[in-house]
Design a protein around this ligand. Structure first.
Ligand SMILES: C[S@@+](CC[C@H](N)C(=O)[O-])C[C@H]1O[C@@H](n2cnc3c(N)ncnc32)[C@H](O)[C@@H]1O
Length: 229
């Protein structure tokens, strides 16, 4: 049985990449490249969870040495089908699975990344905290977790501009191009309601990670968090 989030991404998958490029003015590519670069000095097994159409998986595959295996994981088959067609994907493994119950052994993974997926897992604080615990379970000691996600700008004016942009532009343009008004209404509201960077850090810490650090980009509209097991 598919969940509401799975149905949403099935509906928006054909136009997902195009809308991302339009809504971020193409900046999303650089943000993912920057998040992927955090993994670059490691090898082993890297998993990008909630990989969607695979942009982050492609960035990781570009950086990975021959000794490294790159996997992408998502619970939306239509999103994974789009990922499969991207250049460089023949060197990766794509898995249809739920990020909350990873089909992976304890302590077997070197790096877990997630870009713009954490917001969709946060049905409640508890669900997100349990999912982070699941990431912690599969990472090796000394493993790295990297999250790229929308955040909350510290400046009240920038925050207001961001929320207005999400409410009007993301909802309007995304809804019109994808044909899913409700889908982009959901995505824009989750962006406005999501944690600020300090709150997300605390949730990551609750799951047992240490050395949690973050940096903002785009005046605080997005943040990259890194943490170690
Ligand atoms: C906003 S998209 C992000 C896709 C991609 N990471 C990117 O950077 O564009 C969120 C993705 O998370 C996936 N997703 C949401 N909840 C999930 C879960 N519990 N398990 C696996 N995938 C999930 C959705 O299917 C969707 O492909």
């Amino acid at each position: 049985m598919s969940t509401a989030v799975q149905r949403l991404f099935a509906k928006v998958s054909p136009t997902y990449d195009l809308i991302n490029r339009i809504l971020t003015f193409g900046l999303d590519r650089g943000w993912r490249e920057r998040a992927a670069a955090s993994a670059a000095d490691r090898s082993g097994i890297w998993i990008d969870v909630c990989c969607g159409t695979g942009d982050m998986v492609a960035d990781l595959a570009h950086l990975a040495t021959d000794e490294t295996k790159v996997l992408g994981l998502d619970f939306s088959w239509p999103m994974l089908r789009k990922a499969r067609k991207k250049p460089g994907m023949d060197r990766t493994i794509l898995l249809l699975a739920d990020a909350r119950i990873l089909p992976v052994l304890d302590g077997s993974v070197d790096v877990i990344t997630v870009s713009f997926g954490v917001r969709n897992i946060r049905h409640s604080h508890l669900t997100l905290a349990q999912t982070f615990k699941e990431f912690h379970r599969v990472l090796k000691p000394g493993g790295l977790f990297v999250s790229l996600e929308t955040s909350q700008p510290q400046s009240k004016i920038v925050r207001w501009l961001f929320h207005t942009y999400a409410c009007l532009f993301v909802r309007g343009v995304g809804g019109r191009i994808s044909g899913s008004r409700s889908g982009y209404a959901y995505l824009s509201s989750t962006a406005s309601q999501f944690y600020n960077a300090a709150e997300l850090s605390e949730t990551i810490r609750e799951a047992g990670f240490h050395d949690v650090r973050y940096h903002h980009m785009m005046f605080g509209v997005v943040a990259i968090h890194e943490a170690s097991t």
